[in-house]
Design a protein around this ligand. Sequence first.
Ligand code: B12
Ligand code: SF4
Ligand code: SF4
Length: 368
Amino acid sequence: MHDIVAQLQQTASMNGLVRLGICDAEPFADVRVEMNRRKAGGEAGRLRFTYTDPEVATDIRRTFPWANRLVVGAITYLPAAGNPGPLRANYGRVARFATLDHYQALRGALESVRDVLRVAGNQAEVLIDDSRLVDRAAAVRAGAAWWGKSTMALTPRYGPWTLLGSVVTDAELPVTSPMRRDCGTCVACIPACPTGALDQEGTIDATLCISYWAQMPGVIPVSIREAWGDRLYGCDDCLDACPPGWRWLARAPFGAGRVDLLEALAIPDDDLLNAYAHFYTPRNDPAYLRRNALVALGHSGSPEAIPVLAGYLAVNRAMLRLHAAWALGWMGGAEAEAALERAVLSEADPTVRSEIQVAIQASAGGPG
Ligand code: B12
Ligand code: SF4
Ligand code: SF4
């Protein structure tokens, strides 16, 4: 038995996993209670994934009745994912977990772990970011990480900069102990969150989280747009603030993970979707990538961005006209105001029209 554990550990590290732990497959009853509480209180918003059915997500035997163990792996996407550095005109930021399809490397590594188990005659399946398992709960139980107040699972040396996945198996493997660590008196992530989504109890109101809105359909609430900054996808502020990850983060090269927003807004739909195929884009509708880019451009746009935003005041999709109007209002100035004044004359949609009117007021007070 110890031979196979040693083999699993060796396979894991040879394939780039920074941590491997093993836990039992009993239901995560406390996680289920917390998920149902958040669903009932509205803090899960319109999240699907694990929230589609918390009973299933917190009891792996509902999916795999033969499950005995979860072999949990963590991979780090730093330093390769880089550090976007300070704001750059007309550029946006992608959260590091999504600068590339880092899940691919995790999947490859866990498939190798799975194969070791299968060759030894066991059943084994890989689950990553799957609606049937809460990855962080498994990682914490298996001693691959500990809970942070940001709700991130933190791993020694790498802090929050990991992605997590599991191999579920019927093998009777010895389990690893959970880590005896916690955040102590640190609360750095809580004020670092630009929207106040976190609290000291280690919980999150997803409806306030920028990362949530970057992957939700519909109109982004104004308060979230204002806090959005130059993000195209995801948010790393609570991770950046987390001291256990600082030394690892310091190795990341500056300037990586920046996206030319003017280009993103100019290219055809298919090219845009292909460029960001590894993002979770609602309904695979490129309009939501454009929506995010418009809000980001409102924060990082130079005068060169104004004609591009003005062009979006004339597109067919009301949702895009609305966000373009907001971005022009947020940038402010005479040129933005003139574009909005022209657009309001022909705008037929009452919601967009009133957004344009608000933006005209805002732009009049803007930098110019
Ligand atoms: C839904 C989801 C989201 C939602 C909701 C997040 C959330 N916290 O629930 C949104 C869209 C907001 C999101 C954002 C992000 N996500 Co996400 N997401 C998921 C997903 C699909 C399910 C998460 C889930 O079911 N949570 C259930 C709830 C109940 O868990 P929890 O929030 O962690 O709550 C626990 C803690 O609060 C703890 N707790 C309770 N009380 C207390 C008290 C104290 C003092 C402490 C310390 C802890 C504590 O117990 C709670 C219950 O167990 C998982 C993949 C998966 N299948 O698991 C990825 C996952 C969690 N996401 C991930 C990532 C990388 C992110 C982002 C960093 C991406 C980004 N850069 O934009 C952000 C981080 C935002 C944040 N602070 O959480 C990684 C996290 C890796 C890690 N090392 O933790 C995961 C595991 C994906 C993966 N396979 O690697 N995500
Ligand atoms: S990802 Fe950003 S918005 Fe979401 S909780 Fe963390 S800091 Fe707040
Ligand atoms: S910033 Fe501090 S409180 Fe927040 S998760 Fe990291 S160690 Fe915990």
